[in-house]
Design a protein around this ligand. Structure first.
Ligand SMILES: C[S@@+](CC[C@H](N)C(=O)[O-])C[C@H]1O[C@@H](n2cnc3c(N)ncnc32)[C@H](O)[C@@H]1O
Length: 283
């Protein structure tokens, strides 16, 4: 009886609190979140891309410029998404901004903290090229010499997340020609490796060393395959960026990465609130 009453009043409390928050955020501008993004990430703190002087040489200002450039390309259709309508795309870009900032930042960090002259890097899971655009433009913005190696099936692929979604087919509509067109300004610096991982991890067209390894495959085993295959070639100071690390649907990936990490002496992982994680090679 008492339990039932508490449960009822508890529900009422959360409902009342939800209504109050919605009211405040709608009608009092100063109480609105400064960022309300993908995977429920909502924050009232000032995002890094706000408050800098436009055109200054800060990383944040450079990121913001790249973000504007991509939105402009999307609106004039020189960068297209398979699943696009413009309003949804603008919403998508707003909601991805924190993630894209981390793509940009982690690339710059990796490039600055490694010794190589040419910044070779890998992106596994490229799709239409959104994250690729930020990393390439990070390299361009800081005038690094670089070569990007892009892996994707660009065609139907089976993903497997055994304890959550199981096996599922997806991405059948993706097209290598679309991403080539989206990134055509940088074509001389890109090697596209089309096909399924791990079959494409075959020592053909691969760099000897890499500064940044970004993995966004939504599937446990190929994530670990990439990590194991390339970790030895990540330079000291280099970074692995994991997109799917803390999404509950990809918990198998997190568990597998955590197990892998226990065996490494030279890797430090930073778990981020965006669901991403970065691993830094420290020695
Ligand atoms: C979430 S999307 C990548 C999104 C991309 N990083 C972006 O910013 O738009 C995941 C990608 O992983 C690719 N993928 C999944 N499993 C793969 C595998 N075993 N081999 C190659 N590509 C795979 C899919 O084709 C898809 O393009």
């Amino acid at each position: 009886m008492l339990k039932q009453l508490l449960r009822k009043t508890g529900k009422f409390f959360y409902l009342a609190r939800g209504i109050k928050t919605a009211f405040r955020e709608t009608f009092i501008p100063s109480k609105r979140p400064t960022f309300d993004g993908w995977y429920g990430l909502k924050t009232y703190s000032q995002p890094p891309w706000v408050g800098h002087k436009i055109g200054d040489l800060s990383l944040e200002s450079r990121f913001y410029k790249v973000d504007c450039k991509l939105r402009e390309k999307m609106s004039n259709k020189s960068f297209t998404l398979l699943r696009a309508d413009l309003i949804k795309t603008i919403d998508l870009m707003d909601s991805l901004m924190w993630r894209n900032y981390i793509v940009f930042w982690s690339f710059v960090f990796a490039a600055k903290s490694t010794k190589s002259e040419v910044k070779n890097y890998i992106e596994a899971g490229v799709a239409d090229g959104i994250s690729a655009f930020y990393a390439i433009n990070a390299a361009e913005s800081y005038n690094y010499e670089y070569k990007a190696y892009f892996y994707d099936a660009w065609g139907e692929v089976e993903m497997n997340n055994p304890s959550t979604r199981g096996k599922e087919l997806g991405y059948e509509g993706l097209d290598l020609e679309i991403v080539k067109n989206n990134l055509s300004d940088f074509q001389d610096n890109i090697v596209f490796i089309k096909g399924k991982i791990p079959e494409t991890l075959n020592r053909e067209n691969e760099p000897e060393s890499v500064v940044w390894l970004s993995i966004d495959l939504n599937s446990e085993q190929p994530t670990i395959d990439c990590l194991e295959y390339y970790w030895g070639r990540v330079e000291i100071g280099g970074v692995v960026l994991l997109d799917d690390y803390a999404q509950p649907a990809y918990i198998d990936t997190k568990n597998a990465v955590d197990n892998w990490l226990l065996k490494q002496k030279n890797a430090l992982l930073l778990h981020l609130p965006t669901t991403q994680a970065i691993i830094i090679k420290i020695t």
